[in-house]
Write a protein that binds this ligand. Structure first.
Ligand code: G
Ligand code: MN
Length: 386
């Protein structure tokens, strides 16, 4: 994805005009020439071609484009530029087209015949909004936020699709401290486009979490087949439990099932998933084991535990952090460890960064660790330091 190009305040704002009606195109070019530097094209294809060269500030397009739906066009445009405003024109008041276009990020919808003065005002305003959007994105980048977050639905879809195409798996070892050995590998989602949490949020917003999950599970299985010995931990969003493909015994991941532990977060509630017990049972039947992830960070702890009957729990980083300084944390983790022992459930402390954290946890009987102290996640399976 290319960063938004900076508008030049000295020059006329650049307008990309798309309409297959040549007469209208000429009229608009003539009328807007004093206000805008205009590139006029007859089709969506020509517009997509013009985009990378144009440094445009605003797009004015007919809603019915030949060879491409308006929504598809918006998606393609957002792959180039997340902040470029689009105003659509239509000859007929098709309400549905208008709603979906606006939902996908068109800024405005103008019905033909329109008042040219009103259209010019709308375009000028759009250019100002673009300047604001570009500045906001730059300031977010400056203060270190993930500014890739797209402002509208088409932008989010472009972001998620790009991320899925560039998906990679990083691996972080889970170690047994008493045995000084790697016992498992957690697969962590990485993409060049954005951080994993933002990507998951975006995918949820645009209804692509199942697609993202599938792509990740395929990538994990491909890499997992070449993994060193140990279990393979794979994160699963609760929504992925609704994906039929998860229960298909012929997928690459299913064929590795005896090695795979599916980690399900307790941050998001499992009870809302229909027939969740049945789904969990089907996964077990395929040979998968289950872990409850981020224990201590969620609200649904006990309920999720009862539903999953997990083979392992993973203590959240927030619980582990500075455990050596906090008697409360120490006591809490002790209780969790005791309960896990009763329930014959393994317990992994995540996010261990300091020798003091490790030693305190080992003292109270925790043996399975994951964290930067042992290894940072890496695309190659990294060695653990003991
Ligand atoms: O939600 P889940 O527990 O699956 O995610 C683990 C995340 O924590 C990963 O993104 C991983 O990169 C990160 N992580 C792993 N080890 C450490 C650590 O020691 N410290 C911190 N701050 N983050 C870690
Ligand atoms: Mn996890």
């Amino acid at each position: 994805m290319q960063p938004a190009q900076k508008p030049n305040p000295e020059a006329l704002p650049r307008l990309l005009l798309i309409d297959d009606d040549e007469v209208l195109r000429r009229t608009l070019v003539r009328y807007f020439a004093p206000t805008f530097d205009i590139t006029a094209v007859p089709s969506a294809e020509a517009a997509i071609e013009a985009l990378p060269k144009g440094a445009f500030d605003v797009v004015l397009s007919d809603v019915h484009l030949q060879g491409m739906s308006g929504v598809e066009f918006l998606k393609r445009l957002r792959e180039h530029d997340l902040d470029l405003p689009v105003i659509l024109m239509s000859g007929e008041p098709g309400l549905e087209a208008a709603i979906s276009a606006v939902e996908y990020g068109a800024m405005r919808y103008m019905l033909k015949p329109f008042d040219l003065g009103e259209l010019r005002n709308a375009l000028v305003r759009a250019v100002s909004i673009r300047r604001l959007a570009v500045a906001r994105r730059e300031s977010l980048e400056l203060i270190g936020h993930d500014a890739q977050a797209a402002g509208d639905r088409a932008g989010l879809i472009a972001l998620v699709e790009n991320a899925i195409r560039s998906l990679r798996v990083a691996w972080q070892p889970v170690v047994s401290w008493s045995r000084r050995r790697v016992v498992a590998w957690e697969a962590l989602m990485r993409s060049k486009i954005t951080n994993p949490d933002a990507l998951i949020d975006s995918a949820l917003t645009v209804g692509r979490i199942v697609e993202l999950g599938r792509a990740m599970r395929d990538a994990v299985a491909a890499a997992g087949e070449l993994a060193p010995p140990g279990d393979l931990h794979v994160n699963l969003h609760p929504q992925e439990l609704l994906d039929d493909a998860l229960y298909d015994s012929s997928t690459r991941l299913s064929r590795l099932a005896s090695r795979v532990v599916l980690e399900i977060t307790e941050r998001s509630s499992l009870e809302k998933i229909p027939a969740v017990r049945d789904r969990v049972a089907r996964l077990r039947k395929l040979g998968f084991r289950l872990a409850l992830d981020d224990m201590g960070a969620g609200y649904a702890g006990l309920a999720s535990f009862a539903l999953l009957e997990p083979d392992a729990v993973k203590l959240d980083i927030a619980l582990v952090r500075d455990v050596h300084k906090s008697p409360t944390r120490r006591r809490l983790i002790s209780s969790l460890l005791a309960a896990c022992k009763d329930l014959k459930c393994a317990c992994v402390a995540e996010g261990v960064e300091l020798p003091a954290e490790r030693d305190t946890l080992a003292d109270i009987g925790c043996d399975l660790f994951q964290g930067y102290l042992f290894a940072r996640p890496d695309f190659a399976f990294p060695d653990a330091k003991f």
